[in-house]
Every structure is written in structure tokens, then in C-alpha cells.
Design a protein around this ligand. Structure first.
Ligand code: PYL
Length: 270
């Protein structure tokens, strides 16, 4: 998993999120709040009744400056009563419990999760992010049934997206460089077709979920003006020429916020 940097998250405040929300609505037809409810399979989520604590974690490589604040801003944008605890780690969890919160968000170098203290549901970021970006592609494509979707990267995010697409009746192909992951997908999801060469698969396949964290993975010859790309991967794997080739309204990509929205939505879903 790519570790975010302060530069990735420092801009994520309420005014930035308002702009992101209006752009997201143009691309998908839904606001971020409507999208959160869509992910929760239509359950009406009363965000303004939810109290959330974000606990900074110093373990491993330590705190990412601005990370907890960015998570908190995203949750506040949805209407939650969200705050970053004054203390970190176990003391921060203690502070969260003292404040009788409904949900705690906390992340170390391996796992970033939302913990619903009422239902005991725990939602991990990669799982939620895969669902979020798959659902965003679905909204941009309009209907996934029998549509060919290429998932690039079969890690935790890519697998979560593959499951979403299969459940929606899409024809799923995948590309991956790790042999063990390739074997795992072939064994667990035999209906998913392995594409060994991106130059052959693209631009034949127009709909792409880019979950491989590599720069300049896709170039202009892989894409057309009709390509639609949903990319949770950090860094974004499109070259300058590729970015110029596609419509900006056909690209969904952000470092953190869509995954956080999905974590909350799935943590609150009944
Ligand atoms: C959750 C993000 C999405 C992409 N990469 C993941 C990442 O950077 N994980 C590390 C998060 C560390 C947070 C740090 C803090 O500030 O509390 N322990």
C-alpha cells in the first residue's frame, strides 16, 4: 500500500471538498452524500446524528501530517460531528470512548479502518476504496451488465472492485504483474479473464479501474476519448499524453476522500 504524504492530503479541507463534490456530481450524477447512501445500498444514513473520532497513530512510520485532519474534514463535509482526538494511539481511543463516539477512524502503516462501536462493524480502507471506485465507474458507465471492465492491479483494492463488478454482471478482465496474485485470481475468480499484455487489451476495453500504484502505466495509445477511468491508485498511473487524451469528466481519482466516504457508509450500513 502506498503511504500518503503530507502534500497528498494538505489540500483536503471544506472548500476543496465543496469543489470536489460538484465535480463528482458532474461525473457520476450524484453528490458525495448521495454516493455514500448509494454505497450503503440505499440505507438512509443520518450523518448529522453520527459522532466520529479520528485517532492519530504513531506506530511504525508514524503520523502523516494532515492525514487525520483530512479524514476529519471529509467526515465533517458529510455532516458528521467529527473531531481529531487530542491524544494519539491508545490514549486517543480512550478519549474517543470518553466522548461516547459512534465510530472511530484510525490507521497504522498496514491497516486504516473505521470501527463502528455500536454494531461492532469494522471496515478496512482498501476494501471500501475498491467498492467506492467500482461504484463510481458504474455510475459513469451507467449500467455494468455485460460491459467489459479491465481491473489493473489485483491487490486488496483491485479484488474488492472485481467482486463489485462481478456482482453487477460485468465481464471482468484483470492485469497484474505479481505471479502469486495472478494465480490467486485465476483460482478464486475463474470467470475473470487474465490479460497478460495491456497493449493488446487496450484501447479495446474502454472501462478501466486502475488500482496499480505505478507511474506512467497507461499512455495515449492505451486510451481513446471514450475511455472511462476510475483510479484509486496513488500515484495516478496515467502519463501526461494519456491525461491529454481522455476527457477529465471521464476520470475519477483522489488520494483519500472517496475511500473515507465509503468506509463511513459501509460502517453505518444496517
Ligand atoms: C489510507 C491511505 C490511502 C493510501 N495509502 C494509505 C496510507 O497512507 N496509509 C498509512 C496511514 C498512516 C496514518 C498515520 C497517522 O497519521 O495516523 N499512522
Amino acid at each position: 500500500m502506498t503511504r500518503l504524504t503530507p502534500a497528498d492530503v494538505s489540500c483536503i479541507g471544506l472548500s476543496f471538498l465543496r469543489k470536489y463534490d460538484s465535480e463528482f456530481r458532474v461525473k457520476t450524477g450524484k453528490s458525495l452524500t448521495q454516493f455514500a447512501e448509494y454505497l450503503a445500498k440505499g440505507h438512509s444514513l443520518k450523518f448529522n446524528e453520527v459522532k466520529v473520532a479520528v485517532v492519530p497513530i504513531t506506530a511504525g512510520k508514524g503520523i502523516i501530517e494532515g492525514f487525520s485532519k483530512a479524514v476529519c474534514s471529509t467526515l465533517s463535509f458529510l455532516g458528521c460531528d467529527a473531531f481529531v482526538t487530542s491524544w494519539s494511539d491508545v490514549s486517543g481511543f480512550f478519549e474517543a470512548f470518553q466522548n461516547k463516539v459512534d465510530v472511530i477512524f484510525a490507521g497504522d502503516d498496514s491497516i486504516f479502518s473505521a470501527f463502528n462501536l455500536n454494531t461492532k462493524r469494522v471496515i478496512e480502507n482498501s476494501y471500501a476504496t475498491g467498492k467506492a471506485y467500482a461504484a463510481a465507474l458504474e455510475l459513469m458507465v451507467k449500467d455494468l451488465r455485460n460491459k467489459e471492465i479491465l481491473v489493473i492491479g489485483a491487490g486488496r483494492v483491485g479484488i474488492s472492485a472485481i467482486e463489485y463488478f462481478l456482482n453487477k454482471g460485468a465481464k471482468v478482465m484483470f492485469s497484474e504483474c505479481d505471479p502469486d496474485r495472478i494465480e490467486f485470481i485465476k483460482k478464486e475468480y475463474p470467470e475473470v479473464i487474465y490479460e497478460s499484455n495491456l497493449d493488446c487489451a487496450l484501447p479495446k476495453i474502454k472501462y478501466i479501474l486502475l488500482a496499480a500504484p505505478s507511474r506512467d502505466l497507461l499512455h495515449e495509445h492505451h486510451l481513446t476519448s471514450e475511455s472511462i477511468i476510475s483510479s484509486p491508485a496513488i500515484p495516478l498511473g496515467l502519463s501526461e499524453s494519456a491525461l491529454k487524451k481522455i476527457s477529465q469528466n471521464n476520470l475519477i481519482h483522489d488520494p483519500l476522500q472517496l475511500g473515507v466516504i465509503a468506509m463511513l457508509s459501509l460502517a453505518l450500513k444496517n
